[in-house]
Design a protein around this ligand. Structure first.
Ligand code: AMP
Length: 189
């Protein structure tokens, strides 16, 4: 089963992606986690992306596409979280999956308002102290989401693969909606 989960930062997509992956014993591939791990290990990639992450900017498309190509190469199924974030990334993903004959089964959008996303991110900043959860970082990431990632959402909406889920509810209620929707589209694991 190959699933994408989209939504602004603070929509709960990391939590839901982990839940779907665990429930269906499928790898959870989160680009933000991969990048943060590279930063904490001090690898070349980590040193390169560290200032970008702190500002809440986006890592260049070519770098992200190479990283995902490598990471998806041996996977039969996945729950992809944090990629694609731009139209060029989405086009590259489409091309990659077409090349290996493994199309996406579903694209889930976790929808929350900017107000909800912002207040959740401020709460996370207090709890976890993530470097990019500064007030400027939060504002920048939401701005980039609207500018660069919403066109990706529109693309999947136009293709008819998009499942929209209201993310402004308790975690277990959101999970239940996602599982219902996946069952409806005939997701097979
Ligand atoms: P996340 O944990 O998904 O919120 O990602 C944290 C940060 O990693 C983002 O603010 C970006 O700086 C970077 N990042 C993660 N995924 C991508 C991507 N697909 N394209 C560009 N930058 C990314």
């Amino acid at each position: 089963m190959r699933i994408l989960i989209l939504g602004p930062q603070g929509s709960g997509k990391g939590t839901q992606a982990k839940g779907i992956a665990a429930l269906h014993a499928t790898p959870h591939i989160a680009t933000g986690d991969i990048l943060r791990e590279a930063v904490s290990r001090g690898t070349d990639l980590g040193r390169r992306v560290q200032p970008i992450l702190v500002r809440g900017d986006l890592v260049p498309d070519e770098l992200m596409v190479d990283l995902i190509r490598e990471r998806l190469a041996d996977e039969e199924g996945f729950v992809l979280d944090g990629f694609p974030r731009t139209v060029p990334q989405a086009e590259a993903l489409d091309a990659m999956l077409e090349e290996i004959g493994k199309p996406l089964d579903a694209v889930i959008l976790l929808q929350v308002s900017d107000e909800v996303a912002t207040s959740r991110l401020h709460a996370r900043a207090a709890a976890e102290g993530r470097a990019d959860d500064s007030p400027d970082g939060i504002q920048n990431r939401l701005r980039l989401y609207h500018e660069l990632t919403e066109p990706v959402v529109d693309r999947y909406r136009a293709e008819g693969t998009l499942i929209v889920v209201d993310g402004d509810r308790a975690i277990r209620d959101v999970s239940a909606s996602i599982e219902d929707s996946l069952a409806q589209v005939g997701a097979r694991w």
